[in-house]
Write a new protein. Sequence first.
Lengths: 93, 486
Amino acid sequence: MDQETVRTICYLARLEIDQKKSEKIQKDLETIVDLIGGLQNIDTSAIEPLYSPLEMTASIHEDIENSDNQKEKFLKNAPESNDDYFFVPRVVE
Amino acid sequence: MNIQFKSIIELREMLDNKSISITELTQESFLLAKKYDELNCFVTMNEEVGQKKADAADSNNKNSSMLFGIPLAQKDLFCTENLRTTCSSKILSNFIPPYTATAVKKLEDAGSITIGKTNMDEFAMGSSNETSFFGNVHNPWKKGYVPGGSSGGSAAAVAAGIVPAATGTDTGGSIRQPAAHCGITGLKPTYGRVSRWGMIAFASSLDQAGPLARTAEDCAILLNSMSGYDSKDTTSLNSDVPDFLANINQPIDGLKIGIIKEFNLSDLDSEVQARFEESKKTYEKLGAKFIEVSLPNISASVPTYYSIAPAECSSNLSRFDGVRFGHRAKNTTDLNDLYIKSRSEGFGDEVKRRILIGTYALSAGYYDAYYKKAQQVRRLIKNDFDQVFQSVDVLMTPTSPNTAFEFGSKGTQNPVELYLEDLFTISSNLAGLPAISIPHGQVNSLPVGLQLIGNFLKEDQLLNTAHLFQKNSDFHLAQPSLEDFS
C-alpha cells in the first residue's frame, strides 16, 4: 500500500489524515491488509458468500403511514437548519 | 440499606418485602455512581428523569415484572429519547436522539430505571475501551488496567456493584470479553434475537445486543425482556421466545461439551490454562462429557472478521457527514470540504483506520479479493459449526487469551496485536451463534472468563449450563475492593 493508494482511500471515505500521522496510518493499514490477505490461501471455489448469518430476505411491510410527521423533532439535532430544511454550503452558483 | 453488589433477584426480594423503596434504591445507585466517578463508567447520567420515574413507580406499584424498579445502565450506543447518546465519539457528543432503541424501551417498559449511559470504545471499535472520546474506563479490579471493550463502561459499572445489570452490544466479543475482564457474566444472544433498531450500527450483520449482569439468572431476566420480534428491524427473528428464567436449573447430566482442537490452549498462560482445566472438572462432576471437536476453518476467524466488520463499518458510518446531526466543522469552503472536515475532526484514530480498511476492501478491484473472499470463508466457518453441533450441545473455550492489561500496553504500535485478543469470541458473531462468558477464577488477582458457545437460538441451554456452574462455584460472587477509587 503506497501513499497514493492511502490518499485515494482517504478521499473515497471523505477523511483527511494529519500529515504527522500519515506514515503511521500507512503502516497500520499495511499490517491489517497483510492480516486479511492471509485468507487468499483458503480454497473457497464454489462456496457462496454468507452475507448474513440468517440468510433470509429482509422482511417487508405494507407501505402505510404509522406515525406523525416529526420534522421539528428531527431538525433539532441539525447543526444548521431553519423550520423546514437542513442548511449546507451553497452547491449551485 | 446497602445495595452494592446485589443481584437483581436479591434487589427484587428487598423491594418486594419493602426493606427498600424504589426511590431509595435508585438514589443509592446514583450515589454509588458518584462515589466511583473515577472509574469513568458513565458518559451521561439520567438523574432527574430516572429519579422521577422511581418516585412515580413507588406510588403506582402495579407492574409485576422482575425488573420493576431495578436500576440499569445502558451502553451509550443505544438511542435513548431526550437523553444524550454519543457512542463515545466526538462526532455525536451533542446528539439527543428523538426516539429510544427497542431493546432499551422493552427494558424500560418492564419497569426498570435507566440511571445513565455507559462509556465504551468509540462506535464499539476496540477491545479495551481506550478508543473512547471520553477517556479510559478503569477496571474495578485494578486501577490503570483496561476493563475490556467495547462495552467496558457497562462491565465496570456492574462489576463495581453500581447497578446489578447493564446492556451491551457484541460485534466480535464486546459483551463477553469485558465481562471476562471484569469478573461478571455477559451474554451475546443469537443474531436476530434482540432487535437492533435504535442501536447505532457498527457492523450490521454481526452486531447483537445483550445483557451484562452478576449472574446467569439475572442475564435470563434481562433477556426475557429484551428479546422478541420487532417489525422495525428487518433482520429481527420471528421465533418463539422461551421463558429463559423458568428454563434455568435443569440437570446437565450427559451434556456433551466440545473442546475446539484448533485453539491450542497449551499456548496460553499456564494459569489461564489451569483455570480452564478446573472448570472442566466442575462440569464433569455435574455429569457433562467432554469431546474434542475440529472446526478446521476457525483460525481464519480473525482475518475474516477484520475484513467484514470494517467494510460494514465504512458503509454504516458514511451517515455521519455533519449535515443532519452530529459534529459539523466550521469554516468550510464547500459541501465536500464540510464532509471531509466534519468527519476528520469528529472520528478518532481507530474509527478512521477501520473506515479506511473497509473502504479499501469494498473498492473496485479489491472487492472480490477481500470482502467477497471473507464472506466465503465466513460460510466455511459457519458450516464447521453446523457440523460440530450435530455431535455436541455446547462448545467451551476461554473467553480471552489473557487477563486485563495495563492502559496503553497493547496495540499502540501494531493494531493487529489487539485484534488477536478477539480470537475466541469472534467466530460466534460470524456464524450468528449465542455465547456467554462467566467468571471462573482469577490469575494474578484479575478475573478470567469461561466462554460457552451454543447452537442457534439455544440461549436457554447456555444460561442453564452457566447457571449450574454458578450454583456449584462462587467465582461470580467475588467483589473488587475498590479502595483505590473512592
